[in-house]
Ligand binder design. Structure first.
Ligand SMILES: [Zn+2]
Length: 55
């Protein structure tokens, strides 16, 4: 199988910072060192909240 060469993407889960719900799955470049924080709609909070990456 391929052995860690090329553009590998890291799978992450976006977690609502308000209620902790895991609302979105995405991936990012392993070169990105900063933690991803995105404003997304949370169905539990019923509003847009900050979502942070988690594994
Ligand atoms: Zn929430």
């Amino acid at each position: 199988m391929s052995d860690g060469r090329g553009a590998k993407r890291v799978k992450i889960v976006l977690v609502c910072s308000e209620c902790g719900a895991r609302n979105y799955k995405t991936n990012k470049s392993p070169n990105a060192t900063e933690r991803l924080v995105l404003k997304k709609f949370c169905p539990s909070c019923r509003t847009h909240t900050e979502h942070r990456e988690s594994r």
